[in-house]
Design a protein around this ligand. Structure first.
Ligand code: FE2
Length: 181
């Protein structure tokens, strides 16, 4: 684990290169819909929700077992989401109540001048306490109550900014404090 600030853990070189490539390709081949952006119905964006079939087909749970987040490999997955961001697309601060969020950057390469950072706010929601550059093969595991948003990628980026999210939920009750293995 490279970085951990309250409620946010960051893991680099998370999956094997073979699985990163497989997941990236599978996300590109998936079906996408036009959906509301961060619950704002006036802003639409491209959203994909990998199904349990998808998770099984790519072998996600088996791959999670090989990572520091192995104890979560067989947790109940509330939902999954894939964001596809292009230059100029805004996002809005939001939370995921009672869930733990697994955020993953599947692209093979990324350059700083392409932007697209994920921004996290502190508990009072006033200051940005952590900004993660889009870092290939990085996983950020965080408490869903941590307010966050995305800085749009710049016009220099030659392909969409794709992220893969898993939203874990307990069968009974809610996640509150980050419980790392
Ligand atoms: Fe989110």
């Amino acid at each position: 684990m490279k970085t951990a600030i309250e409620g946010i853990a960051v893991f680099d070189d998370f999956f094997s290169e073979a699985f990163r490539a497989k997941l990236e390709t599978s996300l590109y081949e998936m079906q996408y819909d036009i959906a509301n952006c961060d619950r704002h119905d006036t802003q639409k964006y491209c959203n994909g929700e990998p199904s349990e079939d998808f998770i099984e087909r790519v072998g996600l749970r088996e791959e999670l077992e090989k990572t520091p987040l192995a104890p979560y490999a067989h947790y109940e997955i509330m939902s999954t989401g894939t964001n596809v961001d292009t230059p100029g697309l805004p996002h809005y601060c939001h939370i995921h109540t009672g869930q733990f969020v697994f955020l993953y950057y599947p692209a093979k390469t990324w350059r700083h001048e392409w932007g697209g950072e994920t921004l996290f706010y502190g508990r009072d929601g006033r200051e940005i306490v952590y900004a993660s550059p889009y870092t290939p093969n990085r996983c950020i595991f965080f408490e869903g109550m941590t307010s966050h948003t995305i800085r749009s990628p710049t016009t220099l980026v030659p392909f969409p900014r794709v992220t893969f999210g898993i939203f874990f939920q307990k069968k009974h009750g809610f996640f509150e404090k980050l419980e790392l293995p």
